[in-house]
Design a protein around this ligand. Structure first.
Ligand SMILES: Nc1nc2c(ncn2[C@@H]2O[C@H](COP(=O)(O)OP(=O)(O)OP(=O)(O)O)[C@@H](O)[C@H]2O)c(=O)[nH]1
Length: 263
């Protein structure tokens, strides 16, 4: 059979990323408690394609990913997958992005009832021949925010809403950060965390907690930046915060990017 992908392309354009996306596979993620969580991973795996080649070999991406499905995946395994990809595709650079929902147990503040909350997570990495891996981890955390201005100027009540804070961070080479630790750090920055299961005594608690801890979207973002600066093992981060305002049909939004300078 003719190998069309391997024929020469005359246009002189190297493609920065080509591969497969929207691949769904069951993957295993290591939990901080020492277990494995089965997740539905949405995957994009791609390589840099030399200008001389007409096409990449799409089937090989699926071959590689299929071998890793149902195995634990963390930064170390991401590097192994990318290393494998470089070799099997004959590429100089490879990229892997895995998006998944991760579940963490939450304990209601007063009743102590347990439930699980889902968090959107991202593992993203690139590997270039002879270079250390670039590994990024991303987590989005929902929270409650209560407006300081509304509290100050109103005779009673204060508008409050659910917000979503997102962090994408680059790990320092050889360092490891648990999703659970990043989530805990992030959840502490809103007016109050959210919980799937709350009884009335819990509802009273979270309502009063948010009222006692009013925060603008800027407050949440700045407190998150301060907390991330204190986190060991990260070289860079990007933070986004969006409050789905309850008094508007639009959101309040803030973002910030920072490279950590050590020593
Ligand atoms: N490069 C490229 N391949 C495509 C495209 N659309 C479909 N294909 C794939 O072409 C694949 C077959 O090509 P290869 O992956 O090179 O398969 P092969 O030559 O049998 O396998 P190898 O011997 O490992 O190269 C199929 O998996 C199709 O999915 C496209 O737009 N570009």
């Amino acid at each position: 059979m003719k190998d069309v992908q391997n024929t020469v392309d005359q246009r002189g354009i190297a493609i920065q990323k080509v591969g497969v996306s929207e691949v769904h596979l069951p993957f295993l993620i290591k939990t901080k408690a020492g277990a494995l969580q089965s997740v539905l991973a949405k995957i994009r795996l791609s390589v840099k394609l030399h200008q001389d080649y007409r096409g990449t070999h799409m089937s090989r991406f699926i071959e590689i990913l299929s071998e890793w499905s149902q195995k634990p995946v963390s930064s170390r395994e991401m590097e192994a997958i990318l290393h494998d990809t470089l070799g099997r595709l004959g590429a100089d650079k490879a990229y892997l992005e895995i998006r998944f929902k991760y579940f963490i147990e939450k304990v209601a503040p007063v009743s102590r009832l347990k439930s699980v909350l889902d968090y959107d997570c991202l593992f993203s990495a690139s590997l270039e021949k002879e270079q250390p891996i670039d590994f990024y981890m991303g987590v989005a955390v929902p929270f409650t925010s209560l407006c300081p201005c509304s509290k100050e100027i109103s005779a009673y009540g204060a508008h409050n809403q659910r917000g979503l804070m997102s962090v994408k961070l680059k790990q320092e080479s050889g360092k490891f950060i648990w999703i659970e630790d990043l989530v805990a750090l992030m959840e502490a920055q809103g007016s109050c965390p959210v919980y799937p299961l709350l009884k009335r005594e819990d509802e009273k608690f979270v309502t009063e907690r948010a009222y006692d801890n009013p925060k603008f979207v800027e407050d949440v973002l700045r407190d998150l930046v301060l907390a991330l600066r204190g986190l060991q093992g990260i070289a860079w981060f990007e933070v986004e915060c969006e409050n789905y305002e309850s008094i508007h049909n639009h959101s309040a939004y803030a973002s910030h990017t920072e490279t950590i300078k050590r020593g």
